[in-house]
Design a protein around this ligand. Structure first.
Ligand code: LHQ
Length: 268
């Protein structure tokens, strides 16, 4: 395993077998986001996008929580001064990260190891395959402090759940457990706490050994579907399949099938 040099301890970075693991690491604050952690996560995701050695990303949290969202201590209203511009915080810190997770054409696996609240929950929901420990909870905590769901939450909750459940979760800020989140389709799977990291790691490793270009194009196709008509989506599938069909991994996949052996994909 190579430990990547990182300027900040707030995100631990490690590359093994094509999987870049990014571990949110402010456990005493339940991995809530301050500016330093935002920039460290962004740097990790930028590297994941640019480095051909990286063929899958695994995002998780250190300690007993995944992430409690924004560090509320960062903007203590008791200190006085003008009201903060939270829109600027989103524009500068959260939105670029959300856009990166969705646009990296490599699978992003998220292992939700404990509570995921506010933007922490919604960052998890933006990932491609989300596993959660059975003890983990998801909380749209925003309404408790007078805010609206952000980090893509109003979009992903409404799309995945429909308005009735999206509104109840957002307006009531009641926690839901990992198994309910899986039943409702918000995440892929709830797994035993002790098995989470092994299972998520194995899944990320399996994806990292896959046909990276084809997986990336698949991610693009599925993400485009909700905004497309069937006609437009059929056109997109044609274009992406044309691209996938020109990869060395496609040739290898078919050759391996014909030779009755496992394919050895190179990610190209
Ligand atoms: C925390 C936090 C936290 C700081 C736990 N901050 N310390 C975007 C744009 C700009 C601004 C505003 O927001 C956003 C997006 C958002 O994410 S808004 C939503 C922000 N998050 C929340 O409102 C959740 C706040 N946290 C909680 O409700 C609870 O901590 C949960 C339910 C997550 C966990 O509860 P417990 O398991 O009982 O843990 P705890 O509350 O005892 O927390 C443990 C420690 O972590 C504690 O510190 P301490 O020094 O007392 O041990 C907390 O103060 C700290 N912590 N969340 N967001």
């Amino acid at each position: 395993m190579t430990e990547a040099t990182t300027l900040s301890e707030t995100v631990r970075v490690a590359l093994e077998a094509g999987v870049l693991s990014l571990t949110l690491n402010r456990p005493d604050k339940l991995n809530s986001f301050n500016e330093e952690m935002h920039l460290a996560l962004r740097a990790g995701l930028d590297r994941a996008a640019a480095d051909p050695e990286v063929r899958a990303i695994l995002l998780t949290g250190a300690g007993r929580g995944f992430s409690a969202g924004q560090d509320l201590g960062d903007r203590d209203p008791r200190k006085g001064g003008p009201a903060p511009d939270l829109g600027a915080t989103l524009e500068t810190f959260y939105n670029p990260t959300l856009r990166l997770i969705r646009s990296i054409e490599k699978p992003v696996v998220c292992a939700v190891n404990g509570v995921a609240a506010g933007a922490g929950a919604n960052i998890a929901f933006a990932c491609d395959i989300v596993l959660a420990a059975k003890s983990a909870k998801f909380i749209q905590a925003f309404s408790k402090i007078g805010l609206v769901p952000d980090a893509g939450g109003s979009w992903s909750l409404a799309r995945i759940l429909g308005e009735p459940r999206a509104k109840a979760l957002a307006l009531l800020a009641e926690p839901i457990g990992a198994e309910t989140a899986a039943d409702w389709g918000l995440i892929w799977k709830a797994v035993d706490d002790a098995a989470l990291l092994d299972e998520a790691g194995a899944l990320a490793k399996r994806l990292a050994a896959g046909p990276t270009r084809g997986l990336g194009l698949t991610k693009r196709a599925i993400q485009a579907a909700a905004g497309n008509s069937l006609d437009a989506q059929l056109d997109l599938e044609r274009d992406l399949q044309r691209e996938a069909g020109r990869t060395a991994d496609y040739a290898e996949g078919v050759t391996a099938f014909l030779e009755k052996r496992q394919p050895a994909f190179k990610g190209r």
